[in-house]
Ligand binder design. Structure first.
Ligand SMILES: C[S@@+](CC[C@H](N)C(=O)[O-])C[C@H]1O[C@@H](n2cnc3c(N)ncnc32)[C@H](O)[C@@H]1O
Length: 418
C-alpha cells in the first residue's frame, strides 16, 4: 500500500487544453502523461503548462505508443472522451460513432498497462451518455471498466453549481477493489443485499444522482459491484454572470445595425423586457444564443444570471453573445475567450492569439471547480487511504477494447472534435 504525496501521479487522456490538470494540480496531483490528437489544443495546453515532453500528440488508439510513454504506475487516469456522438447534436450515433467510441481506445490502453493500470479512473461526458442507445452505451462503458477490475460510482454535476454557466455533466469514478475510503458504501455483485448503497444513492440530492442515473446503476449488474462515495451537493449560489463580463468600451462591441438585427430576432417578450430596462435607465447583463425555431433564427436571451453552455464555435449559433443594457444603451458582442476561460473556472489561463482556437479549446473543456469538487470528495480521499497492490485483469473478463472503426484514422485527424 502507498499514498505518499510524491506518488500522486495521473495521466490525462483526451487532455484538450488541460483543464482537468488545472483542477487536479491544486491538490498536488502531478500529471505524468497527457494525450490528445489536436495540435491546436496542445498549443493552448503548453501555453499554460509549458513543454514538459509528456504531451503525446497522437491517436488514443495507438495503444503501444500510449503504453510505452506512460512511466511506472500512475495512480489515476482521467478521460473526458469526445461527446459529439453522445450529445443531442450527434444524431444518436453513440458508441457506433467514430468520436465517442475512442473511449474504447482508452480502455484498450488501460488493459494493456496490465499491472501498471491506475487504481483510480475518472470519466467525464455529457448527460446524453445516460440516454444514448437507451442506456446501452453507458452499460457498455461500465462493463468495460468492470472487466478491468474497477468498482464504479457515477454522479452528475453542473458547472452552474459553482459558476454562472449551465453545463451539466456525468462523471464516472472507477476504483480498484480494496480501495474504499471511509464513508464509501458498496453494492456487491448480484445476490447480495446492498441496503446502505441503495439508501445512499436513493436519498442523495437528485441534482447529483438523478433518477435516470440511479435506475441505470441499479439495473446494470457489474461483476465487480458498484460503490457510492459520499459526494455532497455543492451549497450556495454561483455569482451572477455579470461579475465575469467585461463592460468597458475597449471590447469589440457591435455596431448599431448588428445590435438592431439581433434585437429584431428576439421573441417579443424578450425584446419588451430589454427595451423596458433600457427605457427605465436600469441595467442588465446576460447572454444570448441564436437558435433556429420554426424555420426562423431567434436570439434567445437568458435572464437568469447564468450563461448558456459553452460550445465549440461551429457556426454563429454555437457562439455565445453578450448583451449589456446600461444608461439607456443596449450593447452586444461575441463573448470573448477571456470570458470563456472565466466561465470554465480558469480565469488566468494564458490564451493564444487566435480567437477561434481559444473558443474551441474552452468550449470543449471541463469546468475546473466541478473536477475540484470530485477531487476533494472522492479522488484525494481515495488516494489518501492507500493504493492497493496492482492486480491482473480478472480471468474471463476481457474489456470490450474494440478495434478502431474503419474510418477512425480520418476521424481522429479531424480538428476540433468535442
Ligand atoms: C471533450 S474534449 C476534452 C477536453 C479536455 N478535458 C479539456 O479540459 O480541455 C475531447 C478531446 O478528445 C480529443 N480527441 C478526439 N479524438 C481523439 C483521439 N482519437 N485520440 C486522442 N484524442 C482525441 C479531442 O481533440 C478533444 O480535445
Amino acid at each position: 500500500m502507498s499514498g505518499a504525496a510524491g506518488d500522486k501521479t495521473f495521466c490525462e487522456f483526451f487532455a484538450g487544453i488541460g483543464l482537468v490538470r488545472e483542477a487536479l494540480g491544486a491538490s498536488g496531483w502531478s500529471c505524468i502523461y497527457a494525450n490528445d490528437v489536436d495540435p491546436k489544443k496542445r498549443a493552448l495546453y503548453e501555453s499554460r503548462f509549458g513543454d514538459e515532453g509528456h504531451f503525446h500528440l497522437g491517436d488514443v488508439w495507438e495503444t503501444a505508443e500510449v503504453v510505452a510513454r506512460i512511466e511506472g504506475r500512475p495512480r489515476l487516469a482521467t478521460a473526458s472522451f469526445p461527446c459529439v456522438d453522445l450529445s443531442l447534436a450527434g444524431h444518436g450515433r453513440g458508441f457506433e460513432g467514430r468520436h465517442s467510441s475512442t473511449f474504447f481506445g482508452f480502455i484498450r490502453a488501460m488493459e494493456q498497462l496490465g499491472e501498471r493500470r491506475p487504481p483510480l479512473v475518472l470519466l467525464e461526458n455529457v448527460t446524453g451518455f445516460l440516454t444514448s442507445a437507451g442506456g446501452k452505451d453507458f452499460e457498455a462503458a461500465a462493463m468495460a471498466l468492470a472487466a478491468l477490475g474497477y468498482r464504479l460510482d457515477a454522479f452528475t454535476l453542473d458547472a452552474a453549481m459553482f459558476l454562472p454557466q449551465s453545463r451539466p455533466r456525468v462523471f464516472v469514478v472507477g476504483a480498484a477493489e480494496g480501495l474504499s475510503p471511509p464513508g464509501t458504501v458498496l453494492k456487491p455483485p448480484s445476490g447480495w443485499l446492498a441496503d446502505a448503497w441503495s439508501e445512499r444513492v436513493e436519498s442523495a440530492d437528485r441534482r447529483i444522482r438523478p433518477a435516470r442515473l440511479v435506475d441505470l446503476m441499479r439495473s446494470i449488474d457489474l461483476p465487480t459491484g458498484w460503490i457510492a462515495f459520499d459526494v455532497p451537493a455543492p451549497r450556495g449560489a454561483p455569482p451572477h454572470v455579470a461579475t465575469l463580463i467585461d463592460r468597458d468600451d475597449g471590447q469589440d462591441w457591435w455596431d448599431a445595425a448588428a445590435v438592431s438585427r439581433h434585437r429584431d430576432m428576439m421573441h417579443d417578450r424578450h425584446r419588451e423586457r430589454i427595451d423596458a430596462t433600457a427605457a427605465s435607465g436600469g441595467s442588465f447583463v446576460g447572454t444570448i444564443y441564436r437558435r433556429k425555431r420554426d424555420g426562423r433564427t431567434r436570439a434567445e436571451v437568458r435572464f437568469d444570471g447564468v450563461a448558456g453552455c459553452l460550445r465549440t464555435p461551429r457556426g454563429g449559433s454555437a457562439k455565445q453573445i453578450v448583451i449589456v443594457v446600461e444608461a439607456g444603451r443596449i450593447r452586444m458582442r461575441w463573448m470573448s475567450p477571456r470570458e470563456y476561460a472565466r466561465l470554465q473556472g480558469a480565469p488566468e489561463f494564458p490564451l493564444v492569439s487566435n480567437t477561434i482556437q481559444n473558443l474551441f479549446g474552452f468550449g470543449d473543456a471541463v469546468c475546473v471547480p466541478a473536477v475540484q469538487w470530485i477531487d476533494r470528495h472522492v479522488l484525494s480521499p481515495a488516494f489518501a487511504t492507500g493504493i492497493p497492490e496492482a492486480r491482473r485483469t480478472p480471468r474471463g473478463r476481457q474489456p470490450d477494447a474494440r478495434p478502431a472503426p474503419a474510418d477512425d484514422a480520418g476521424g481522429a485527424r479531424e480538428e476540433h472534435v468535442a
